[in-house]
Design a protein around this ligand. Structure first.
Ligand SMILES: *[C@@H]1O[C@H](CO)[C@@H](O)[C@H](O)[C@H]1NC(C)=O
Ligand SMILES: *[C@@H]1O[C@H](CO)[C@@H](O)[C@H](O)[C@H]1NC(C)=O
Ligand SMILES: *[C@@H]1O[C@H](CO)[C@@H](O)[C@H](O)[C@H]1NC(C)=O
Length: 356
């Protein structure tokens, strides 16, 4: 998959810069472009750095190279703590709108590919020329379609649960349960917006509640859509799509995101294994009994592969969660040699919404 991702991404990246250059060669556009690039000099420099860093990251990262953890000894878990974890997968992003068929028919996807690429490149150029810290590709935001998927999740969360177990999970998700919970999100925009839109009733009813942005949840991949565009020490900014069509998102991003853990991008020395371990440690430092986590499909699947027993044949190991899907389970922690060891209690895995 990673290889396919890179093969797909390289021509796309190259072709959109080629398109940009072609459009610049048309003289009036060229003069206007140069003018705008100079006018927005700091953001021009930023875009240039982004391109260089992205290519460097793509070719040199070892994000997917980490060891499978050794099988835990269940004897060690005679005494253990538990947290309820609910994974919430983000809606479809602009990146996927361009590069993945998603729910579309293959034929429609192929027919729409070139127009889609032109739209993406055009938007990227427009955002670049108008000097915005925004992008179709880097830290790719939710697409219109992706926002729609999350609106459906928000609607589902308003319904009464069908079974007692579903009611319990819904109450945790909507923040009315006696089981305390915290909203957490990866530092990537599509995950943060998913939490902001999906849980907006909860956030509106509890104005002091924050979405805790945690870098351990950053997606495991080499592609530019998995690099964070938000500078350290700044609030996340709404994308151009959200600014024009979904104004309530900007308020949540500005007022209800706790950015204190946002230390920038995953570094070259980070990898999926390290971030998943960091997430487990972080989960058990929280006072809340449950963590509702906005995040990404490869990260979630990798987590199930890493922390379910070797023998487990659960679908979670094989399939990605669907966009907007919510899956709950209990994570167990024992202490061995002064260090936390973790395992997912397989019998507790349940689909709350969407599934795999
Ligand atoms: C989005 O694209 C990435 C590859 O860049 C892929 O790993 C991921 O599964 C895609 N998501 C969907 C919904 O197809
Ligand atoms: C939260 O979910 C529970 C369980 O489905 C439901 O009884 C309650 O009315 C919901 N509360 C809100 C504010 O949505
Ligand atoms: C992360 O990397 C991207 C791509 O190089 C860059 O645009 C972005 O500014 C970086 N983000 C942070 C928070 O440093």
């Amino acid at each position: 998959m990673a290889v396919i991702g890179v093969i797909m991404a390289v021509p796309a990246l190259i072709s959109f810069y080629v398109l940009w250059v072609i459009s610049m060669l048309l003289r009036p556009l060229f003069i206007l472009s140069v003018g705008l690039l100079l006018w927005n000099f700091p953001s021009t420099v930023l875009k240039f750095k982004q391109v260089v860093n992205t290519l460097a990251y793509m070719f040199f990262t070892n994000d997917k190279k980490y060891k499978k953890l050794p099988e835990v000894d269940m004897e060690d878990f005679k005494k253990h703590e538990r947290k309820t974890i609910i994974f919430v997968r983000h809606g479809e992003s602009c990146w996927n709108d361009t590069f993945n068929a998603g729910e579309r028919k293959k034929v429609d996807f192929i027919k729409g590919f070139i127009p889609g690429l032109i739209l993406a490149a055009g938007t990227e150029v427009y955002l670049g020329l108008t000097g915005r810290v925004d992008s179709w590709f880097y830290d790719s935001p939710l697409s219109e379609y992706g926002i729609d998927q999350i609106e459906r999740l928000a609607k589902f969360l308003k319904k009464p649960g069908a079974t007692t177990s579903e009611q319990k999970d819904l109450a945790i998700l909507n923040g009315t349960s006696s089981t305390s919970s915290v909203l957490i999100s990866s530092n990537l925009r599509r995950a943060i917006s998913t939490v902001a839109i999906g849980f907006r009733s909860r956030l509106a009813q509890n104005p002091t509640q924050k979405i805790v942005i945690h870098p351990s949840l950053q997606e495991i991949s080499r592609n530019p859509d998995t690099l964070s565009i938000t500078p350290v020490g700044k609030q996340v900014e709404a994308s151009w799509i959200e600014k024009s069509n979904y104004p309530h998102v900007a308020g949540v991003l500005q007022e209800q995101c706790d950015m204190k853990y946002h230390i920038g991008n995953k570094s070259m020395s980070s990898n999926g294994g390290k971030r998943m371990a960091a997430f487990c440690d972080f989960a058990f430092t929280r006072d809340e009994a449950a963590l509702v986590c906005g995040g990404h499909s490869l990260w979630f699947r990798s987590f199930f592969r890493q922390y379910l027993p070797e023998a487990s044949k659960h679908t979670a190991k094989a399939k990605k969660m669907v966009n907007g899907g919510c899956v709950a389970f209990e994570l167990m922690r024992a202490v061995k040699g002064g260090k936390g060891v973790y395992i997912i209690d397989e019998s507790t895995i349940r689909v709350v919404y969407g599934g795999f």
